[in-house]
Ligand binder design. Structure first.
Ligand code: ADP
Ligand code: MG
Length: 465
């Protein structure tokens, strides 16, 4: 009996099943192959796009792609060769660390500050053509190593990525080990130089735009547990697009809760909070808020608000503006080291409110809401001072006139961009490592009368040491 061919009959159900199974397997294989090809095509397309797009949206930072990524901070030395991308070699993800570029990659255009500063210049990145500011770190006071202020400046700036904080692009080196430069975008103005040159103060709507941006940047800093400790108009930069950025992190540092014991010798005298002047060893973000109050006042009047010649006079000027502290307005002030020698006037007429409102006559064009915010920033008692969040939510920013949109902000000719300049003599931040002076405030309230070296305050006389 002839055996039945396996292929002989199409109608054999078993054979049919086998054939169908084979067909399914074949189709499956074909589909898998097509899918693999599609994936390969996709990968190739993505690679080609990455090579042609200089600003990919999201990717890991790579040490060898610094030309495209401006946010990178450390880059290899030899950066002058242009990338051709003719090969399809995949980028090799190395760690971010690498040798810093040399400052010779930048063409120095002009000094921005001469005189007491003298370390910031406008420069052009030869590779990209971008105009930047180069800040040479001060290496004095650190004969045996990298200065801690420089380290803090780099460390805090790297943490503080925010649209209202200056962007540290890169750190570059000179030929010697002590030549370290910070590369930052160039901004046309600092608020101090600009205010000095303006014939009229900013409009109320412009003041609000500026102040709101400073507060936004500072709010971010405080959220990151960073105190700036040297807020003043010369450390606030403004570009011709109405954008404000907080700069100069030379005094900045991290703090904790409870606040650690810190040096009191921080913040430029005119912007220094009363608790620091009175010797508080523990302080926190409230000291920055006091400086903001001083800056607010300066934006309104175009003149620094409290221009003391020394610490004693500074305290005297503060009390002349705010009224002297009372047990109601500042319960803890007696416990501050330098307050022990302070004699309060016999009848301190406590003005209404806590903190009391500043004299309206000094800020005639400020609204009631504005005067309230200013008075609460310049509250003697740090515990009563407004925080960044309280300021940002303050009705001053919501009432008319509203903050002027940045796009509508006026532009000004940039001194920093064109010529060397010498700033009017203003005090500097204290030098690190200096001892806070022992201060005698015994005569702030005129206990022993004025005398030749006396200084008239509001309702009291100050004798200078
Ligand atoms: N990125 C910048 N763009 C333009 N000018 C700048 C920039 N950074 C600093 N400056 C100018 O240089 C001055 C000094 O810079 P700053 O960082 O405050 O250094 P210092 O520690 O010497 O005070 C500023 O007041 C400002 O005028
Ligand atoms: Mg400065």
């Amino acid at each position: 009996m002839a055996s039945k061919s396996r292929w002989a009959t199409d109608d054999d159900p078993e054979t049919e099943a086998i054939l169908a199974q084979r067909k399914r397997e074949k189709d499956e294989k074909r589909r898998a192959k097509a899918e693999k090809q599609r994936q390969l095509d996709e990968q190739q397309q993505a690679r080609a796009q990455q090579e042609s797009d200089p600003h990919p949206k999201k990717r890991r930072r790579l040490s060898n792609d610094h030309e495209q990524d401006p946010s990178i901070t450390t880059t290899p030395t030899n950066n002058t060769s242009t990338t051709t991308h003719e090969s399809t070699i995949l980028p090799f993800p190395t760690q971010e660390w690498g040798p810093c570029r040399n400052v010779s990659n930048f063409e120095r255009l002009n000094h921005i500050e001469e005189g007491s500063y003298g370390f910031v210049s406008r420069a052009k990145d030869i590779t990209t053509g971008e105009i930047v500011a180069l800040k040479k770190l001060k290496m004095d006071n650190s004969p045996d190593g990298f200065p801690v202020t420089g380290l803090r400046e780099i460390q805090t700036l790297l943490e503080a990525r925010h649209q209202n904080i200056i962007d540290l692009r890169e750190v570059v080196m000179g030929d010697k080990l002590d030549e370290v430069y910070l590369v930052m975008p160039f901004l046309e103005h600092d608020l101090k130089t600009l205010l000095d040159d303006m014939s009229e103060p900013f409009l109320p709507s412009e003041t609000k735009t500026i102040l709101h941006q400073i507060l936004s940047g500072l709010d971010f800093l405080h959220d990151q547990w960073i105190m700036h400790r040297d807020l003043k108009t010369s450390n606030l930069l403004l570009n011709n697009r109405g954008e404000v950025k907080i700069a100069d992190f030379g005094m900045a540092r991290y703090y904790g809760d409870p606040p650690p014991k810190l040096t009191q010798l921080v913040v430029t005298l005119w912007y220094r909070a009363p608790e620091l002047l009175l010797g508080a060893e523990k302080y926190a973000t409230e000291i920055d808020m006091w400086s903001i109050g001083c800056i607010f006042g300066e934006l309104l009047t175009k003149e620094p608000l409290l221009q003391g010649k020394n610490e004693v006079e500074q305290v005297s000027k503060i009390f002349a503006l705010t009224g002297p502290p009372t047990p109601q307005t500042w319960p803890d002030f007696r416990s501050l080291p330098n307050a022990k020698s302070l004699r309060l006037p016999p009848s301190s007429s406590a003005s209404a409110g806590n903190p009391p409102l500043l004299p309206r006559g000094k800020f005639p064009f400020l609204t009631n809401a504005g005067l309230h915010m200013l008075s609460s920033l310049l509250a003697l008692n740090p515990g009563a001072r407004l925080s960044t969040k309280e300021c940002l939510a303050h009705r001053y920013f919501r009432e008319d006139p509203r903050p002027k949109p940045k796009e509508m902000f006026p532009t000004f000719p940039s001194k920093a961009g064109m010529e060397k300049r010498r700033r009017r003599e203003t005090p500097e931040a204290p030098k690190r490592g200096q001892e806070a002076p022992k201060l005698d405030f015994a005569s702030v309230f005129g206990g022993q009368g004025g005398g030749e070296a006396g200084e008239q305050g509001a309702g009291f006389t100050l004798r200078l040491g």
